[in-house]
Design a binder for this molecule. Structure first.
Ligand code: HDD
Length: 723
């Protein structure tokens, strides 16, 4: 705790002069009075901020009650061995009561997620762009906490549901917390926050039977999408590979809205936040994602946790697109419209720094569940724009935290506490954890020299709203006509995909729309798709057994942009990809040799065997191709792949099925030496991405390149007229 004396000198250090203090004319208390006045500063953060909150129940501890008395809690207190339990049993009451209250409401959206701690490092001094202190010097480090999520599913839903994915980052800067609460898709479904409840109601399970979980393949979702065409753009991204990423580590992130950067002198630029994954973008294919949901509902959560636990720390580069204020309408759309992205040709990405996640949460509830992100958590140097979706979010996130945590003191939870001291006159409330010792909890005051001192643009590096912002106008319930075009950008997106990615997108819409029972809704879907592209509408109509509408060419164009494709890239690193080594009981030596070789490339290798034994990580009865990014059979194991080979230890044909599924889902697969024949036995054709070699070394060389290619997309058929 600081004393007032210390605070005064601290104030002087900060340059608080009597001229800067608006109440400087007021009398100040005598030094006699001053000694009673205390500041309410919290202790400055230790090196590991959360360490002080850890509770370890070590080997030398005794069980205690919540109020500290040693006790035992395995039997309730009863009147006689066969009698009733007594109300006076405080041990029983406390234990059950605490248990009954273990849950807080799950997030109304983004309920399912996983988080990690890390560090952001600035590439330089960007004070020419923003006065944000975390971007003020090369090498400056800021702790971060990130939570990735899906949107629609409940807390226990499967990770690989097709969905937009959340990418929320908290920077614990030395000037307070900044949150970028973004997604892995740069645009959003609606333009005005007042429609958010409608969007979410339509997507969430039906209110009568609570079906389906974590899925948009149902009438109400597509009814909303087709009635509200602003959804088309985000829908196209979600139906393409962006809806089913390989893992959280293999997706980019976007702040979506246009924000403002503000420099010390108050000048501003419009910006869009971008996170670029250093692992490379990679996605699943739909059949694989569906199988994965059943085989391992925790796939993404586990991937993130395992990568960090094994020391393979994922990282993302932070960039901004910077646009002059007077160019908000210069690109043919409105920068305030969150259904639009700025093609990189119009505004290149300017790199600001890199974030690395290197520490798993210690306690899921305390950290990942209680973290309360808000787009309204901004710092000096960052400001909002008038984007009507953003404006509404500024209310909703604060409100939702009150519902989840029951009190405005949720900011005092360890994961939410800024790593800087807090001084203000907010007091009391449910769950107050601070012991404020300063009775002068108001301003202006003369009894505490008007401390804590006010801060603003020029004094004490205070937060300030960009001075150039103005607002005036008639009160209206309408959006600007510059928000009206909902179809040109989804078309730009579609044009920029490779033919096979376009096919995946069309297959996804076919899958979803053919779950829709209402013919009216299906027709409305075709009408909207047709405004984007007659090709898309026609191909979807075929699968729905409906007549394709005639082209509606108003918004058709042939423009393309860069950086959209997922499957047309080679991964910059194969570290942490998962390889399945298929072995038999007699070939564990060969499996061990291959595993050691692959682990040198930081691959995560699982040896699959007939039964658990030294050197076997998984059995054929539990293994499945969803668990691997690439699959190899070791020489000598080929006997297991005979069609008629059966074993009481696993379902008939399972080894061949693992190999064939891997092939069907576009993965590199292969056999070493005599095991090449296993491919043939399993029905895997000789084609690109199917590797055979006599020895381990030459096999690994080709196979590694196959892993970096990630998906061999020529294995997926195109519609006949697209070939
Ligand atoms: Fe939201 C959570 C991202 C629009 C209301 N949102 C939430 C999370 C992410 C996003 C990543 C999870 C944060 C976490 O991991 O804890 N949301 C977005 C993006 C949007 C967006 C990128 C559009 C650009 N959201 C949006 C609107 C509203 C909300 C328009 C309401 C008007 N979002 C919420 C919420 C949530 C939430 C209800 C649920 C839990 C929470 O806030 O903390 O307030």
């Amino acid at each position: 705790m600081h004393t007032v004396k210390a605070l005064l000198s601290w104030g002087l250090l900060l340059g608080i002069s009597s001229a800067a203090c608006p109440f400087a004319h007021l009398d100040t208390p005598s030094s006699q009075q001053q000694h009673q006045r205390r500041d309410d500063a919290q202790a400055p953060p230790p090196e590991d901020f959360l360490k002080k909150y850890e509770v370890e129940d070590g080997s030398d501890t005794v069980l205690t009650s919540d109020v500290g008395g040693p006790m035992g809690d395995q039997r309730s207190l009863r009147a006689g061995q066969r009698g009733p339990t007594l109300l006076e049993d405080f041990i029983f009451r406390q234990k059950l009561q605490h248990f009954d209250h273990e849950r807080v409401p799950e997030r109304v959206v983004h309920a399912r997620g996983a988080g990690a701690h890390g560090t952001f490092t600035s590439y330089g001094d960007f004070s020419n762009l923003t006065s944000a202190s975390f971007l003020s010097a090369e090498g400056k480090k800021t702790p971060v906490f990130v939570r990735f999520s899906t949107v629609a599913g409940s807390r226990g839903s499967a990770d690989t549901a097709r969905d937009v994915h959340g990418f929320a980052t908290r920077f614990y800067t030395d000037e307070g917390n900044l949150d970028i609460v973004g997604n892995n898709i740069p645009v959003f479904f609606i333009q005005d926050a007042i429609q958010f409840p409608d969007l979410v109601h339509s997507v969430k399970p039906s209110p009568d039977n609570e079906i389906p979980q974590a899925a948009t393949a149902h009438d109400s979702a597509w009814d909303f999408f087709s009635s509200q065409p602003s959804t088309m753009h985000t829908l196209f991204w979600a139906m393409a590979g962006f809806g089913i990423p390989r893992s959280y580590r293999h997706m980019d992130g976007f702040g979506v809205h246009t924000f403002r950067f503000v420099t010390d002198d108050g000048s501003t630029k419009l910006i869009k936040w971008h996170w670029k994954t250093m692992q490379g973008k990679a996605s699943l294919v739909w059949e694989e994602a569906q199988a994965m949901a059943g085989k391992n509902a925790d796939a993404h959560r586990q991937d993130l946790f395992d990568a960090i636990a094994s020391g393979n720390f994922p990282s993302w580069e932070l960039s901004v697109q910077v646009v002059d204020e007077d160019r908000a309408l210069a690109f043919g759309f409105d920068l305030l419209d969150p259904t639009k992205f700025i093609p990189e040709e119009f505004a290149p990405l300017q790199k600001l720094g890199i974030m690395t996640l290197d520490t798993n949460p210690r306690n899921y509830f305390a950290e990942t569940e209680q973290v309360a992100f808000q787009p309204g958590h901004i710092v000096r140097g960052v400001d909002f724009t008038e984007d009507p979706l953003l404006q509404g979010r500024l209310y909703s996130y604060l409100d939702t935290q009150l519902n989840r945590h029951g009190s405005p003191n949720f900011e005092q939870l360890p994961i939410n506490m800024p790593h800087v001291a807090i001084h203000n006159n907010n007091r009391d409330g449910l769950g107050q954890t601070f012991i404020h010792t300063n009775p002068i909890h108001y301003q202006p005051n003369s009894l505490n020299n008007n401390f804590p001192a006010q801060a603003n643009q020029t004094t004490n590096r205070g937060f300030f709203t960009a001075p150039s912002r103005t607002a005036s106008g008639n009160l209206v319930r309408e959006l600007s006509s510059t928000f009206d075009d909902h179809w040109s950008q989804p078309r730009l997106f579609f044009n920029s995909l490779t033919p096979v990615e376009q096919q995946f997108l069309i297959n996804a819409i076919r899958f979803e729309a053919s779950h829709v029972k209402s013919e009216t809704v299906r027709r409305n879907v075709l009408t909207q798709l047709n405004r984007v592209s007659n090709d898309v509408a026609r191909r979807v109509a075929e699968a729905l057994g409906m007549e394709a509408p005639a082209p509606d060419e108003t918004f058709y164009h042939n423009n393309v942009t860069q950086g959209i494709s997922i499957f047309n890239n080679t991964l910059p690193t194969i570290a942490t990809l998962r390889v399945g080594v298929l072995a038999s009981a007699k070939t564990l030596e060969q499996a061990k040799e291959l595993k050691e070789r692959l682990e040198k490339e930081k691959l995560m290798v699982t040896v699959v065997g007939e039964f658990l034994a030294e050197g076997v990580d998984q059995t054929y009865s539990s293994a499945d191709a969803t668990g691997f990014d690439g699959i190899v059979v070791v020489p000598g194991a080929e006997g297991l792949f005979d069609k008629d080979s059966s074993s009481p230890l696993f379902p008939t044909g399972r080894p061949g099925q693992v190999l064939l599924d891997g092939y069907r889902w576009g993965k590199p697969v292969g056999g070493i030496g005599a095991a090449a024949v296993a491919l043939e036995k399993a029905g895997v054709p000789e084609t690109e991405g199917v590797f055979k070699a006599e020895d381990v070394e030459s096999f690994v060389e080709g196979f590694e390149q196959g892993l970096a290619r990630f998906k061999f997309t020529d294995r997926f058929p195109l519609d006949p007229d697209q070939e």
